[in-house]
Design a protein around this ligand. Structure first.
Ligand SMILES: NC(=O)C1=CN([C@@H]2O[C@H](COP(=O)(O)OP(=O)(O)OC[C@H]3O[C@@H](n4cnc5c(N)ncnc54)[C@H](O)[C@@H]3O)[C@@H](O)[C@H]2O)[C@@H](O)CC1
Ligand SMILES: [K+]
Length: 505
């Protein structure tokens, strides 16, 4: 499970170590230099003679890079640095002693054109607001140089790409895109959340021993393969179909019959003991003809999936969904509220056992109905803020879908799941996610009902569903090919199986 912490928490955790004289910056610099050497070798190049350009701001982030350049220079690297102001004194002295050349801003372009590696130490967690001059002009010029080069440089960011918000992943101005980010001590939320994540490239975490000084609750978490075993119910000898969880699915319509099929396919594939389908007669026939294991008479369920493909313009269908929602809330049964049904929360408050699964457009509509209008663009620019706002306004757990899915309840930590390739963005993929989430909520249904209202477990389960959905999509697209939503549903059992067998991260 990846854990990310805000800048303030990282600073507070560093303080006692610095007081004890632990050489944190030296460790950070060593890790940065090691990563440069490893990557240069991986490209098939020799380290001595390699040209490396360091971009050095006046804070400790610049200090990390100066000490790293000093180490690299001692290994025969041809190291230069561009300074944006008065640099970290000890770092400057070390770099000077090691033979690092200090260039003035006028030579930036020619140095950037020839250097194989750029190391970004303009700003780290000390940055506030959009990147300012002279760093801003440097980034602008470097991005111009990058597109004009026959071979792109390898860009390594120290701690985080300069220009991204460490705590929320927003990019209020320009930011320097990296291939690798060597992050110090612990990950920061901005490296995981969109749009900052897109600037970070591969994340390498440098252990600095901060863990024992960090708060027990991170600002952001991300589910990994190993966590699935703690969340998915693996049946034992005494399990039966009811104990494994029953999902009720009310999805699809004559207008969107496929949504019924996709959501029930995913609910079955997710491992619940039984799926009951409650939709129009025509879609029921379709669902049962494709999945004979689906039951259409009603009885007890431990979770509901409501809304995917339901025609909410049809008053009868809309009031049926609203009724199921109210009954489930009263009974403490978790609910996935998808697509058009999300608009029901425009006027009613719900507990966190209700999980809504909007994309940016649907969230914009909900927020507008709640008197907090945000455009789709504003939501895409700060998805975690938008998801949290919707959770706070409605009480629901929000799973905001995007290239990174973000899940949160009103108060508990944020979850973020990224990394699934763009092939996942295909019609019906949301119906699959809703069904899958219903399946895991049903497995937890009795526990959730016992725990009552106002806790963060549904957000954790939403993140798990998002993780499995992303992995299933990855299995379906393989090394890269177009896929359709039913293939994602089809790959869910394999994705769960692989995660349960995983011994990795
Ligand atoms: N505290 C420590 O000893 C450690 C710090 N580390 C490094 O130190 C960094 C934090 O250092 P600092 O607190 O000095 O802060 P930074 O180096 O991140 O930034 C501070 C500098 O950036 C300028 N600045 C702030 N906002 C700006 C903006 N929007 N545009 C342009 N310039 C801006 C400030 O005027 C200041 O000169 C971490 O990110 C990490 O890289 C690591 O070496 C680990 C140990
Ligand atoms: K940086």
């Amino acid at each position: 499970m990846l854990r990310a912490y805000r800048s303030d928490d990282v600073r507070q955790a560093e303080a006692p170590l610095l007081e004890r004289g632990v050489p944190l910056m030296d460790r950070a610099a060593a890790a940065l230099a090691t990563e440069v050497i490893r990557r240069v070798r991986a490209l098939g190049n020799r380290v001595p003679g390699t040209e490396v350009l360091g971009l050095v701001g006046s804070g400790n982030n610049g200090g990390d890079v100066l000490f790293a350049l000093a180490r690299l220079a001692r290994r025969g690297v041809s190291a230069s640095a561009i300074l944006t102001g008065t640099p970290h004194a000890a770092g400057y002295a070390a770099a000077s002693r090691a033979g690092v050349r200090f260039a003035d801003a006028g030579t930036l372009r020619s140095l950037a054109e020839s250097a194989e590696v750029w190391i970004d130490g303009l700003v780290g967690i000390g940055a506030r607001g959009p990147l300012r001059e002279p760093a801003l002009e440097i980034v602008r010029e470097l991005e111009e140089v990058r597109v004009g080069r026959p071979v792109e440089p390898l860009v390594i960011a120290a701690d985080l790409p300069s220009g991204i918000g460490a705590d929320d992943g927003t990019v209020p101005g320009l930011a320097l895109r990296a291939n690798v980010t060597v992050t110090m001590g612990i990950a920061k939320p901005g490296l995981v959340l969109d749009p900052g994540r897109r600037y970070a490239g591969e994340i390498v975490q440098v252990p600095l021993g901060l863990e024992e000084f960090l708060p027990s609750e991170p600002a952001l978490l991300s589910v990994g393969a190993r966590d699935i075993a703690d969340m998915w119910d693996v049946p034992g000898p005494d399990s039966h179909k009811y104990s494994r969880g029953v999902v009720g699915v009310m999805t699809g319509s004559l207008r969107y019959p496929g949504a019924a099929l996709l959501s029930t396919s995913a609910a079955l594939a997710g491992g619940a003991g039984m799926v009951r389908y409650a939709g129009p007669r025509e879609t029921s026939r379709l669902v049962v003809s494709q999945h004979p294991e689906i039951v259409t008479d009603m009885g007890r369920v431990q979770a509901w999936v409501l809304g995917s493909g339901v025609n909410m313009d049809d008053p009868e269908a809309a009031s049926e969904v609203a009724r199921r929602l109210q009954e489930s809330i009263t009974a403490g049964i978790p609910v996935v509220l998808d697509a058009g049904a999300i608009t029901l929360l425009g006027s009613i408050d719900v507990p966190s056992t209700v999980v809504i699964t909007p994309h940016a457009g649907e969230l914009a509509e909900l927020l507008a109905a709640r008197g907090e209008p945000l455009s789709r663009e504003e939501i895409a620019a700060a998805p975690s803020r938008a998801a949290r706002l919707a959770a706070t306004l409605t009480g629901a757990t929000v799973l905001l879908k995007g290239s990174v899915d973000v899940a949160c309840a009103p108060d508990d930590p944020l979850w973020a799941q990224g990394g699934a390739a763009g092939w996942r963005a295909t019609a019906g993929a949301g119906d699959v996610l809703a069904g899958l989430l219903g399946s895991i909520l049903a497995q937890w249904g009795d526990e959730l009902a016992d725990l009552g209202k106002g806790h963060g477990i549904p957000a954790r389960l939403a993140a798990a569903a998002s993780y499995i959905h992303g992995r299933a999509a990855a299995i379906a697209y393989g090394t890269g090919r177009p896929i359709v939503a039913s293939e994602i549903a089809g790959a869910i059992p394999q994705a769960i199986g692989e995660a349960l067998a995983s011994t990795g991260e």
